[in-house]
Design a binder for this molecule. Structure first.
Ligand code: AMP
Ligand code: ZN
Length: 456
């Protein structure tokens, strides 16, 4: 079945055609690991995960690479300000590497909680300094770079199609419009290699043919994309904020270096907003997954919540809306847990579901089809079909809940066991009845007593 994807390059939904039959090279811009990722950031990764799952559902073999930005991302995307990791290390009094590893670990743990499949390759910027230097040298040789007192810059005026992704002029998105020109030749020029102001002040700095310093943020993605996926590959993802600067610069430096088209399909996820406003990590304001858990929200219910909007539409977050999504998610799981498996597949519903996911990952429709199936009294093959659908949702729809019982109930179960041990069956039966009234069914098995919740 054809998968249609909205390509930011053409501003059109296109039928996806891979470079190599049945294979997909996929790169997702990963986190800058100087702080916790909030649920807005995680919305972007739920989106790239769904993309990967949909491609795999369609039998593509996906090679997924995600970078970890552990150097070079300055407090402004357009290369001004401090390095985010160095700044955090100073503030927390730690080594830059420890800061990066700590927040990366938290991030991976969030992936686990959200059932996001880890990429095949995690690539850390500091492990690819050599590749970044080589790419800058290539650009230097081709005459795309120049030197200022603080670094080596890419000359955007030399690259003919600089604004093709962001359609800067056409849509009035002037990248770098508020930035001072300084020693730069053009406002949109960006740093490839930044010099250390003084040796030994920064924690992360490397020797290079250009001088002591560190790579810029944009060059890391180009160098790692090319290393793992080749000069030209299939799909690149990120949040919409990356369109005018980061991805525009990735295209410029990659295509300038190779003379080839860099990426065939660019996909961008819209923002999670709060009170209608864009929320960035540096400004704070959105919760982390752990903070939601402290409020008794389940990570997978947050994931369910993100499916209420298409990935290209902004989604406003508030706790009330999340609570309502959590109730729907729980209700859905409860209903599903009651369905008996008839070992059939419902092809009609599955087809509808496939049409939705293959239509540029239309998850709101996919969820509504799932509900229709669940509620359809006449439909057969529900369990097997839901299992298929959950390969994409990743919502653990068929996983049994580990129900909790109160200490009071635990004590009653223990009391009954003690009564049985001394053969006081009258008392044991009485306790059993009492528990049944409270919705707990007991089963005496060889391995001991087991309990389950009654179905009414
Ligand atoms: P960062 O770690 O700041 O580089 O951001 C990681 C990813 O999260 C990037 O792909 C951003 O585009 C994305 N992002 C940042 N804020 C939001 C938000 N509020 N909603 C959705 N995605 C976001
Ligand atoms: Zn990137």
């Amino acid at each position: 079945m054809a998968v249609k994807l909205y390509n930011t390059l053409t501003r059109k939904k296109e039928i996806f055609k891979p470079i190599k039959k049945n294979h997909v090279g996929l790169y997702s811009c990963g986190p800058t690991v100087y702080w916790y990722q909030h649920i807005g950031n995680l919305r972007s990764y739920i989106f790239s995960d769904i993309l990967k799952r949909v491609l795999e559902y369609n039998k593509y073999k996906v090679k997924h690479v995600m970078n970890v930005t552990d150097v070079g991302h300055l407090t402004s995307d357009a290369n001004t300000g401090e390095d985010k990791i160095e700044k955090a290390a100073k503030k927390e009094g730690k080594r830059a590497e420890d800061i990066a590893n700590f927040y990366w670990k938290v991030f991976r743990n969030d992936f686990k909680k959200l059932n996001i499949i880890e990429p095949d390759i995690w690539s850390k910027a500091i492990d690819h300094i050599k590749e970044q230097i080589a790419l800058i040298k290539k650009l230097e040789k081709k005459g795309y770079t120049y030197k200022t007192s603080d670094g080596i810059y890419f000359n955007t005026a030399k690259f003919k199609n600089y604004s093709k992704l962001a359609k800067l002029k056409k849509e009035g998105l002037k990248a770098g419009a508020r930035i001072k020109l300084g020693e730069k030749k053009n406002k949109t020029d960006f740093v490839l290699w930044k010099f250390s102001e003084k040796s030994g002040v920064r924690q992360q700095e490397w020797k290079s043919p250009f001088g002591l310093g560190f790579p810029g943020w944009h060059i890391e993605c180009s160098a790692m994309c090319m290393k793992y996926l080749g000069d030209n590959f299939d799909i690149h993802t990120g949040g919409i904020d990356h369109i005018p600067v980061h991805h525009t610069n990735e295209i410029a430096q990659s295509e300038a270096a190779t003379g080839k088209k860099f990426v065939n399909y660019w996909l961008h996820g819209a923002f999670l907003t709060s009170k209608g406003k864009k929320i960035s990590k540096s400004k704070g304001g959105l919760y982390t997954i752990s903070e939601l858990e402290e409020k008794e929200f389940r990570p997978l219910s947050y994931k369910y919540f993100t499916f209420t909007a298409h990935y290209r539409s902004p989604l406003n977050f508030d706790l009330k809306a999340l609570e309502s999504a959590q109730n729907s998610h729980k209700r859905l799981k409860n209903i599903i847990s009651e369905i008996k498996d008839d070992n059939k597949l419902n092809k009609t519903y599955l087809k509808k579901f496939e049409n939705a996911i293959n239509n540029d990952l239309d998850m709101p429709s996919a969820i509504s089809i799932l509900w229709q199936l669940v509620r359809d009294k006449k439909a057969q093959g529900k369990v097997k079909t839901i299992k298929e659908m959950d390969k994409v949702f990743g919502l653990d729809l068929l996983k049994k809940e580990r129900s909790k019982i109160s200490d009071n109930i635990k004590n009653l179960i223990k009391e009954r066991e003690d009564a049985r041990k001394v053969k006081d069956f009258k008392k044991a039966d009485k306790i059993r009845d009492k528990l049944r009234e409270q919705g707990i069914i007991l089963e005496d098995t060889k391995e001991g007593v087991k309990w389950k919740l009654s179905k009414q």
